[in-house]
Ligand binder design. Sequence first.
Ligand SMILES: [Zn+2]
Length: 105
Amino acid sequence: MGEITGHPFYSCRNCRNPVALHDDLLSKKYKARSGQAYMFAHAMNIVVGAKEDKQLMTGYYTIAKVFCSKCGEEKGWTYVRAFDAREKFKEGRYILEKALILKEY
Ligand SMILES: [Zn+2]
């Protein structure tokens, strides 16, 4: 379990493992299979899966799924590489699905 340095934060909805700080929230306008998803500058207590190349709505990316380090549930993905120069700002960012995380105060 990671040390919490800021509030509010977001935790795994399944096991309450803290996965991201509200201070690191960049955008709420992302979409995932489950619906709305949030972009974070950093995530914590997660395990990054194998890289895969994927065609998304905004272009072609190398992404890696991210999983909760405690319960192993899939939480979203991280952008490893964006092929489109306009999307490079996403590299190293994390997308966490709103339906799979919980805001904690
Ligand atoms: Zn979990």
